[in-house]
Design a protein around this ligand. Structure first.
Ligand SMILES: NC(=O)c1ccc[n+]([C@@H]2O[C@H](COP(=O)([O-])OP(=O)(O)OC[C@H]3O[C@@H](n4cnc5c(N)ncnc54)[C@H](O)[C@@H]3O)[C@@H](O)[C@H]2O)c1
Length: 327
């Protein structure tokens, strides 16, 4: 069982804390946060409106203001970093220098150079570094990835992924200065789909921006030797608007559709008629268990390597650079 400390107890920190408490392979040894009352309003954060948290168990976990303070007397194995983007580099570097394995919430870091430095630092310290791109572990997306790989419905022709919801209103997003460092909808939301497309198809050869209005984006990704059209759309809507992410994939001999509005159902159409596939399981728990297994076996997180998370940052930069200069 690996001892893991959570740094940043906001929306994602609380979600991961709940899942760690339910895990047989991880022990939640500490919560690191620099706020005074970390439990105030915690159940009302996030894009689902309400979190179901085991508050009485969470209140028993030691709370510290910094990782260094906690590590003065204790020896955790790993840190799960869930702070705003502008702190990703600094906290990850500090955790690696303390000798910890690190699971860092996406996106990696705003600057590719910072990502590269952390990848090298982790290698030098012989520590594991994984960026939490949870969609790689989401059952409905794993199903799609398998269909693309094994071509059970023929070759992929078109993938369109959509992800949108109200602009976040919780936690650090309420601070206008910090909000402006979070990378907007591109790095906060759409990087999930960019990373998933890269996961399935490789490194994009080119990107094509079709529409950008404030925090709404529509773009295409083109991959080497891949004739399929890949389109990603979405962004932030007016605050408090329901969140949904969806995909539709057209293959030579069938199509697959999924929406988080019907979270346990994948709909498929082929010449045989309509079919459904039931999916169950939580991406965040699967991601955590995978990281725990990598820590236990000292194997690199090949299903979600930090180099791929750096590639997702670079692809998003290319998309942002595609905005015409006059806009
Ligand atoms: N994987 C996903 O689906 C998903 C969803 C939402 C957010 N995220 C990512 O999770 C990260 C956090 O987002 P959030 O929505 O949980 O934010 P949040 O504002 O709810 O939580 C951030 C927490 O970090 C704490 N913090 C700030 N500075 C700190 C410091 N120096 N040391 C320790 N704690 C500090 C804050 O007090 C707060 O509790 C971001 O990188 C975001 O992109 C991922």
């Amino acid at each position: 069982m690996k001892k893991i400390a959570i740094a940043g107890f906001g929306f994602m920190g609380a979600v991961h804390a709940r899942n760690i408490l339910a895990s047989k392979n991880l022990e939640l040894c500490a919560i690191i946060d620099n706020r005074e009352n970390i439990f105030a309003g915690i159940e009302n954060t996030g894009n689902a409106g309400r979190l179901d948290l085991p508050i009485e168990f969470l209140r028993k976990i030691p709370v510290h203001r910094t990782l260094e303070e906690y590590c003065r007397t204790e020896n955790p194995d790993a840190a799960l970093i869930c702070v705003p983007l502008f702190l990703h580099y600094d906290l990850t570097k500090r955790a690696l220098n303390l000798g910890l394995d690190v699971l860092l919430e996406k996106p990696f870091c705003a600057e590719p150079e910072q990502c590269r430095e952390l990848i090298e630092l982790a290698k030098g310290k012989q520590r594991l570094l994984m960026v939490a791109h949870c969609i790689r572990f989401a059952p409905a997306w794993e199903f799609l990835a398998e269909c693309i790989r094994d071509q059970r419905y023929g070759k992929l022709q078109l993938l369109t992924a959509t992800r949108m919801g109200g602009e976040p209103t919780w936690g650090v997003w309420q601070d206008e200065k910090i909000k402006n460092t979070c990378g907007g909808a591109l790095l906060d939301l759409l990087i999930h789909d960019v990373d998933f497309a890269n996961y399935c198809l490789g490194v994009p050869e080119s990107v094509k921006l079709n529409l950008n209005k404030d925090e709404y984006w529509e773009f295409e990704l083109k991959y080497h030797d891949e004739p399929a059209k890949i389109s990603v759309k979405g962004g932030f809507l007016y605050r408090h608007t329901a969140f949904a992410s969806e995909y539709a994939a057209a293959f030579e001999n069938g199509s697959i559709r999924f929406s988080t509005l019907e979270p346990e159902l994948i709909r498929i159409g082929t010449d045989k008629g309509a079919e459904t596939v039931n999916v169950k399981g939580d991406a965040y728990s699967a991601e955590l268990e995978y990281f725990a297994e990598c820590c236990e076996t000292r194997t690199a997180p090949l299903k979600c390597p930090p180099e791929a998370s750096l590639q997702a940052i670079e692809t998003c930069r290319e998309i942002r650079q595609a905005i015409p200069a006059s806009v």
